[in-house]
Design a protein around this ligand. Structure first.
Ligand code: IPE
Ligand code: IPE
Ligand code: MG
Length: 251
């Protein structure tokens, strides 16, 4: 069983929820069933994050590239998102969870956008955890849009090019005001970011599990946190500088 260090709970955990299709295929079911089962894993993960006292949980639910999937699958995902938002409001209010969303939200169907805006508004004063959904999200586009907005500010004279630094740049990203992710979890074994938080993940720790997203349960989540807590984050410095315990035989 994992041993926890409450003082080393990550401030921001971001999850690439991958493998719904493979989960279903393995069972001879249509991909849709995997997405449906995936919603259950979302519920359990949000609860566990809240229970562990993780301040920010970002879930990569739909990428910009996912719009290229068959229209039926996209529609199913949008319906599941709508139902999820409708059904979770009470739990979010009860558990002091504030909802936020990052991505090109304009592309979402009207009714999804509406329930999203309502839920964000109704949960905005909740203080215990931020549940941040990445929807129609693409990190390259996020970076390009930030660059465009900064360029416009320079032309209008509201931004002095001399003042463009990492902090200012971050404030133009969708994730403005959120800490960078300490831990990025990806299910289903793929070793890639798939256009997720490219700027923000500069020093994130990665945890990749072969389990498909619908199988990602409390135990798996605790194991990911346990592994994270064993990592030595050096941020470019030496182990000695950061007071690490590393020796020739390991850490
Ligand atoms: C993740 O599962 C859900 C979304 C990307 C929306 P996938 O649908 O990508 O499942 P696989 O990768 O095809 O198994
Ligand atoms: C990444 O999964 C996006 C989400 C989990 C929402 P994909 O299944 O879209 O990623 P690729 O295509 O395998 O890189
Ligand atoms: Mg996938």
């Amino acid at each position: 069983m994992a041993i926890f260090h409450p003082e080393k709970i990550p401030t921001h955990v971001a999850i690439i929820m991958d493998g719904n299709g493979r989960w279903a295929k393995r069972r001879g079911m249509p991909r849709v069933m995997g997405h449906r089962q995936g919603v259950k894993a979302v519920r359990s993960t949000v609860r566990t994050a809240r229970e562990l006292g993780i301040p920010v949980l970002t879930l990569y639910a739909f990428s910009q590239e996912n719009w290229k999937r068959p229209v039926d699958e996209v529609n199913t995902l949008m319906n599941l998102l709508y139902d999820y938002l409708k059904s979770e409001l009470d739990e979010m209010l009860g558990n002091q969870i504030s909802l936020r969303a990052i991505g090109e939200l304009d592309r979402l169907p009207d009714r999804v956008r509406q329930v999203l805006a309502e839920t964000i508004e109704k949960t905005s004063s909740n203080k215990k955890m931020i549940l941040n959904l990445a929807l129609s999200y693409g990190s390259r586009q996020e970076i390009v849009v930030a660059a465009r907005k900064i360029a416009e500010g320079c032309l209008k004279g509201t931004i002095d090019p001399k003042n463009i630094n990492q902090e200012l740049f971050s404030s133009f990203l969708y994730t403005a005001g959120l800490p960078d992710p300490d831990l990025i979890i990806r299910t289903s074994g793929e070793m890639r970011l798939s256009n997720f938080l490219l700027f923000q993940s500069a020093y994130s720790e990665f945890y990749i599990t072969p389990s498909h997203w619908p199988d990602f349960d409390r135990k798996e989540f605790l194991e990911a946190i346990h592994q994270f807590q064993k990592r030595e984050r050096r941020f470019g410095q030496t182990s000695e500088q950061i007071g690490g315990q590393c020796t020739a035989r390991g850490c």
